[in-house]
Write a protein of this length. Sequence first.
Length: 109
Amino acid sequence: MKKALFVSILAGSLISFGAASYAEKDVKEGAGEVLFKKHCAVCHPDGGNIVNPKFGLHKKDLEANNITKSGDVVNKMRNPGPGMPAFDKNSISDKDAEAIAAYILETFK
């Protein structure tokens, strides 16, 4: 409960202070995780996929769908298939999308 509250406060703080981009250093310090939890975790809990399990975020699932690098993840965020909303540059900046992609590739091995 405390962790969820902390993440919510942190995410709200980032938004309220206008933090729109993150350096690679920040990705390692949790920005990608915060952004993932805000935008992706509802449909991709623990790297799975509640809509279509074939499109999970674990390495074997990503590779099976020809997603092997962060640019591939960002492209899928921008141009998803059925069942996933598109995240354009207005909803998630390129730098934030890269932070999310880095988090996914590093976390769900």
